[in-house]
Ligand binder design. Structure first.
Ligand code: 0X9
Ligand code: CA
Ligand code: CA
Ligand code: ZN
Length: 311
């Protein structure tokens, strides 16, 4: 489990229990289900938050997903912060009520439950990034199916940290994400309008594409790019992160952003959370006493994205 000094983090079972607690305490606005199973058979839980949560209403939908990369534990806390804020604040905070009433919010705190569990199970952090498929693991954020493996932004070496897998969607965790997002196409229209995929670290707000350093290309007009940059810049103003196109960091292919935008035209961002720099592997393991500050830091950015989903 998490070592001393990290007890404030939630492991897989604690995260599931927290989602159950939230859904139990707020049954009118929160409901938990599963989008599918990991390699080792763990459910990948999702919490829906909205008024009339049992109905599929005609409201813009917004997705927040966390912990694709095993060692990026602070991101799970970010998703739990979102789940808690938009439920516990419903009765008292008018801005929260407006968002919950006007949107359908999907929160997936742990996309990679096996990798997360492996990273902490010995009591010492393993620095693990990938899932737990076929001993070497697959980098989930190189396994999505938009221009998978196209552009030198991933590896075909199973031992590499950015191993893309044997085929697009070869990882059950990405396939579950795909099936869930595809399932939000209703009457021919994708209901999810905006999304954030939380990672650590570097304090960045990133937008598509990752597979090319061109701003305007197949699937991205200048107008679309300008909207990404405008909203990304506004979110970065609010949290002090640096805004940039994801390929300005480095080129990737098969990441979540490229597919969410390329396939579904979801206004999709990657946030790289705290810390800004330094420490190599240590940067993935800040002590639990930063959780509150570094998750609340993104409250305003989350609110901006929820607003923009209705634009
Ligand atoms: O490499 C990744 O998957 C992400 N960074 S991390 O350190 N969390 O692994 C960044 C993905 C964003 N896409 C691009 N930079 N192209
Ligand atoms: Ca609703
Ligand atoms: Ca809906
Ligand atoms: Zn990551």
């Amino acid at each position: 489990d998490f070592p001393p000094g990290y007890e404030g983090y939630h492991n897989y079972d604690e995260t599931v229990a927290e989602l159950d607690r939230i859904a139990g305490a707020h049954p009118d606005i929160a409901a938990k289900s599963s989008i599918g199973k990991s390699v080792e058979g763990r459910d990948i839980p999702v919490l829906k938050i909205s008024d009339n949560v049992g109905q599929d209403e005609d409201e813009p939908e917004v997705l927040f997903n966390c912990n694709q990369h095993a060692r990026e534990h602070l991101t799970t806390e970010m998703c739990l912060r979102i789940a808690d804020r938009f439920t516990s604040g419903y009765a008292s905070d008018p801005a929260v009520k407006e968002a919950v009433d006007g949107r359908e919010i999907w929160v997936i705190p742990i996309v990679n439950p096996d990798g997360k569990s492996y990273d902490i199970e010995s009591g010492d952090f393993q620095g693990w990034r990938k899932n737990r498929q076929d001993t070497t693991g697959t980098d989930l954020n190189r396994n999505w199916g938009y221009k998978w493996g196209c552009c030198g932004g991933s590896s075909d070496d199973p031992n590499a940290e950015d191993y893309r897998g044997t085929a697009a969607w070869s990882a059950p965790e990405t396939a579950a994400m795909r099936d869930f997002i595809d399932s939000r196409v209703v009457g021919g229209a994708q209901q999810i309008k905006a999304a954030i995929d939380f990672h650590t670290y570097s304090e960045l707000v990133l937008w598509p594409f990752g597979h090319t350093s061109d701003d305007v290309t197949e699937g991205m007009t200048q107008e679309e790019y300008d909207r990404f940059a405008r909203v990304g810049g506004e979110m970065a103003q609010s949290n002090g992160y640096t805004p940039q196109q994801s390929s300005d960091l480095y080129v990737t292919d098969g990441d979540s952003l490229d597919w969410m935008w390329g396939q579904h035209k979801i206004l999709a961002y990657t946030f790289e959370m705290y810390p800004a720099s330094g420490g190599g592997l240590d940067g993935f393991y800040p002590p639990a006493d930063v959780i509150e500050k570094e998750t609340t830091r993104n409250d305003a950015a989350v609110d901006i994205l929820l607003r923009e989903a209705g634009a």
